[in-house]
Design a protein around this ligand. Structure first.
Ligand code: GLY
Length: 358
């Protein structure tokens, strides 16, 4: 069983297959002179990783397997240089294909490698985490980090296809699975009509084909209308402004991306309440969905203060200061708006609330 969605972006269309997708690989490798698999050791050792690597080797001339360091350590300019050198030595050309097999970090890094190698080669995303299936692999944002800021060097480079097989989630460490629920719930907050279903799945810790497809559909619709994040795509950053600050405050180790986003989502609703855009009822509903999924909504006061300072490097900054993605009460519960200016006093108050023991 599988669901195929069609992504349309920047004059290009690509399939997003959610479900068992083993048989789809050869369709992407046909006619390629060489294939490179970019992955990490943990994923390659899983049954799903081994299956994908084996079917790639059967389907095509697999010229190189590039193993990135785990997680964010694989998203550096130094690793990018080493990986590009591997592709060059393996003889990849513009007719080659890069297959990114892994979670959000591998997807971002391999996508960016594909965007810049020979000024752009095709890549296929085979995401193996919830986070990568509902976010990183969709929409063509690719990047590596600078020491000062996450995803600071990147490009829009959509893949030629996305193969999301929920079977790969079976071997995910529990914390990583839960962490992906932060991004899943983000879609429920962007589309409150989806929240009851997504919150129930998140509470049960069950991420299945229907859940992934529901989230992917929301993201693909938004990206189709605004591929380069001039306007509506900014909605996908709900919870990410303060969330990135939290992630950086924890040295990118203490809280995972999804946990940081969960804290950022709680922050966004609290800030909206302080600004009179929503009431306490909405804040409680959102925090109940997040905590029900086992996600954090508070940090220590010192971490909240640090996160607030670290938001200064956020890409969503304008000359007017930080621009927020915030809910506003509406007929369907709430709607979410982008480019909202918030008074620094209100931001400070929201940070203090998040910094109180929950
Ligand atoms: N991760 C947010 C976006 O793709 O726009």
């Amino acid at each position: 069983m599988s669901t195929t969605l069609e992504a349309r972006q920047q004059g290009q269309a690509y399939p997003v297959v959610v479900g068992s997708s083993g048989g789809r690989l050869p369709g992407f490798t046909q006619g390629r002179d060489r294939i490179a698999l970019v992955t990490c050791a943990r994923v390659l050792a899983t049954p799903h990783g081994k299956r994908v690597a084996a079917s790639l080797a059967r389907a095509a001339p697999l010229a190189a397997t590039v193993i990135l360091p785990d997680g964010e350590r694989g998203k550096t300019l130094a690793v990018l240089e080493r990986s590009a050198t591997r592709l060059l030595r393996a003889g990849l050309t513009r007719r080659s294909l890069v297959v990114a097999l892994g979670g959000g970090a591998v997807t971002d890094a391999a996508g960016f490698l594909s965007a810049v190698f020979m000024r752009g080669v095709d890549w296929l995303a085979v995401p193996t985490t919830v986070l990568a299936m509902v976010d990183a692999a969709l929409g063509g944002k690719t990047a590596v980090n600078l020491p000062l800021a996450k995803n600071a060097v990147g490009a829009f480079h959509p893949p030629v296809g996305v193969l999301s097989d929920p079977a790969s989630l079976g071997t995910l460490p529990e914390r990583e699975l839960r962490s992906g629920l932060g991004e899943v719930l983000k879609y429920g907050l962007l589309r409150p009509e989806l929240l009851p279903h997504l919150a129930a799945r998140a509470r049960a810790g069950r991420v299945d084909e229907r859940t992934i497809a529901a989230c992917a559909r929301v993201k693909l619709e938004i990206v189709e209308r605004d591929p380069r994040e001039r306007a509506e795509r900014k909605l996908l950053n709900l919870g990410h402004t303060f969330g990135h600050g939290v992630e950086a405050a924890g040295g990118f180790r203490r809280w995972t991306h999804g946990e940081s986003v969960a804290i950022g989502l709680a922050f966004a609703f609290r800030l909206a309440r302080i600004l009179g855009r929503v009431g306490e009822e909405e804040v409680e509903r959102v925090e109940a969905a997040l905590t029900g999924a086992g996600l954090p909504v508070r940090v220590e006061a010192s971490a909240a203060r640090k996160a607030r300072l670290l938001m200064a490097h956020d890409k969503k900054r304008s000359s007017a200061g930080l621009l927020w993605v915030l809910p506003i009460r509406g007929p369907r519960g709430w709607a979410v708006e982008w480019d909202v200016v918030a008074d620094p006093t209100a931001v400070g108050q929201a940070a203090r609330e998040i910094g109180r023991p929950g």
